[in-house]
Design a protein around this ligand. Structure first.
Ligand code: IPD
Length: 274
């Protein structure tokens, strides 16, 4: 039986693939780059065009659906998560990578209904990796089922965290402290500049855990459901439930690892998304 969610999924997947062509064609081309919150927070014409393509395409089919999009928010629309079906969209996650031609760039789209995640899509069109999930149906990479890693010990883990584009001295000090704490405590640390891709790597089991402070709902909404459907955990970095509007995230393959990480890292609390 085809459900509404199946229909939403088919429509968004088609649009995502169309949008992916634009990103792939342009990743090594000259771009027009503008700055947003600071001089290293970038937006390109492709970010704007992809967000428009996705929102207009979805609105055409589902006129009563709501949207929280990175570029729409940056143009002054306040992000508002209600119980209505809401698409949370990052048209190019890893914009700095896109600007430099570093191929870790993803289109990230989550659908929440009644504030419950129903669909997640993370698409890296450059590396041709399509991560997908529907609630209760597992997580997939290019159609093949994926699952998180089973690592339970920090000392045996490969973890990811990001510094983001904020140059708030308090946040930079917290992150420097976390580098000091974690470098001798884990097997390896990675930081590739795309929150969505980092979450996809946890879902795939390539990375055991990822945390970041200062993200936005559009960076995390798709990854949240993809990781849970792959068997992983997504929580607040200080413990307790994950809140997509909180700008804080810790995800891991196992709850044991999530708990160990949460207990050693220094915390930072950015202002919420809404
Ligand atoms: C950014 C990337 C980056 C993360 C930042 C995000 P954007 O998203 O995901 O890895 O560290 O916090 O804002 O701006 O490229 O869509």
């Amino acid at each position: 039986m085809t459900t509404d969610v199946d229909k939403f999924y088919d429509v968004v997947l088609k649009l995502t693939k169309e949008a992916g062509k634009l990103v792939k064609e342009r990743v090594w081309e000259q771009k027009t780059v503008e700055t947003k919150s600071c001089d290293i927070d970038f937006v390109t014409e492709t970010d704007k065009e992809v967000e428009k393509l996705l929102i207009n395409g979805l609105l055409k089919e589902f006129p009563d659906h709501k949207f929280i999009g990175e570029e729409t928010t940056d143009s002054g629309v306040k992000p508002d998560l209600t119980c209505a079906p809401t698409w949370i969209i990052d048209p190019v996650d890893g914009t700095m990578n896109f600007v430099h031609g570093y191929p870790c760039v993803c289109i990230s789209i989550g659908l929440l209904i009644g504030k419950v995640p129903q669909i997640g899509i993370i698409y890296n069109p450059v590396l041709e990796q399509l991560f997908t999930a529907k609630k209760g149906q597992g997580a997939f990479l290019n159609g093949k089922k994926i699952k998180v890693s089973s690592t339970t010990e920090l000392a045996k883990s490969l973890i990811t965290f990001e510094f983001g584009t904020s140059r708030d001295p308090e946040k930079m000090a917290v992150m420097a402290e976390n580098v000091k704490i974690l470098t001798p405590s884990v097997q390896g640390i990675r930081s590739v500049g795309s929150a969505a891709w980092n979450m996809a790597m946890v879902a795939l089991g390539g990375s055991d855990s990822y945390f970041e402070f200062g993200l936005h709902a559009w960076d995390m909404a798709a990854g949240d459901i993809i990781i849970r459907e792959a068997g992983g955990v997504v929580i607040d970095p200080a413990g307790g439930p994950f809140d997509v509007m909180s700008r804080r995230l810790l995800c891991a393959g196992t709850s044991e690892l999530a708990e160990q990480l949460m207990n050693v890292i220094k915390q930072y609390y950015p202002p919420r998304d809404a």
